[in-house]
Design a protein around this ligand. Sequence first.
Ligand SMILES: NC(=O)c1ccc[n+]([C@@H]2O[C@H](COP(=O)([O-])OP(=O)(O)OC[C@H]3O[C@@H](n4cnc5c(N)ncnc54)[C@H](O)[C@@H]3O)[C@@H](O)[C@H]2O)c1
Length: 265
Amino acid sequence: MTTQDLTISFSLAGEVAVVTGAAQGLGQAAAAALAQQGADVACVDLDAERCADTVRLVEAHGRRALALGCDVSSKADVDAAAERIVAELGPISLLTTCAGVLTENVTAEQVREEDLDRLWDVNVKGSFHWAVAASRSMISAGHGRIVLVSSQAGLVSLPSQSAYSMSKGAVATMARSLAIDWAKHDITVNAVCPTFVWTPMAAPMLEIPEVLAAATRRIPLGRVGQPQDIGGVVAFLCSPAASLITGVVLPVDGGWTAGEPELPL
Ligand SMILES: NC(=O)c1ccc[n+]([C@@H]2O[C@H](COP(=O)([O-])OP(=O)(O)OC[C@H]3O[C@@H](n4cnc5c(N)ncnc54)[C@H](O)[C@@H]3O)[C@@H](O)[C@H]2O)c1
């Protein structure tokens, strides 16, 4: 009987990653996690200078970092940034799209058209532009890992956030669609759906004690997320250990979408 090689690897050594929304929050945590596993990281945000802390985190892991200013909703900006990354760091093999926006809490009949457009432009088009730009390197290499950041709100609705939730549903659908189109190039595409996580985006909600208490009660594991909870999942989905996972829309939500924890049965 032959002995099977059962070795697994979580290493990202030799990979070149792009992280959008890298200046803070989930993007910063994803950049740090990818660098910790050995990837060089291009840190993309509206303003390159705001990525300085993230660059330091990446470099602290001994990896190369490049900060780039880019509005992800602009295809021209994205294509120019991708070209610069390939020239300076090498072909892109990993992509995580964390750039995103949330608009004000209003019921559906009060949603403004400009907010619908902004959510579509940044959350949906921004993810798609980057996936397509990164896919050029990935298709040439016959290898790539893409993790799109959707939201728990893309799976179960968030009250007074219909427009945001719809945009995140589109991101989840994008993961499945791209996974099918690019499977033949060994490009995996998955989406993660975080619950409330302590970041500058969610802090104004979580700093309201009643909101934090209600969210914590609703989560079976009894806590909201920390940015590294998402960074770790991103790094795993990019790793060789996850190479058979594609088209998955993965809740990272402490069990919120698994069910209601407090039915008095
Ligand atoms: N924090 C949460 O509770 C939570 C939960 C579920 C999903 N998400 C999603 O995760 C992603 C990251 O969220 P976060 O909490 O880290 O948010 P955040 O606001 O703290 O960070 C988002 C980053 O994206 C950047 N950005 C925004 N628009 C951009 C654009 N047009 N071009 C380039 N960069 C742009 C911002 O400058 C910012 O640095 C978002 O898509 C968000 O919707 C967050």
